[in-house]
Design a protein around this ligand. Structure first.
Ligand SMILES: [Zn+2]
Ligand SMILES: [Zn+2]
Length: 60
């Protein structure tokens, strides 16, 4: 289960923000990539953090 976000440019990793006590994951909200709660985007969503000027990705 992905619990980290990684910069595609420099490899810097951060812990995924949590919502409802679980790490958020990247999903589509209204056609845009966002961080969403495991309970669903209706529960919570957030902008994906940026690093080196680009949106971070889920670390494999
Ligand atoms: Zn939630
Ligand atoms: Zn970076």
């Amino acid at each position: 289960m992905a619990a980290k976000l990684k910069c595609a440019k420099c490899g810097h990793q951060i812990d995924s923000p949590k919502h409802c006590n679980r790490p958020m994951h990247i999903g589509k909200v209204a056609g845009q990539d966002k961080l969403v709660c495991w309970m669903g985007a209706d529960c919570g969503s957030a902008e994906i953090p940026k690093h080196c000027g680009v949106a971070m990705q889920e670390a494999a």
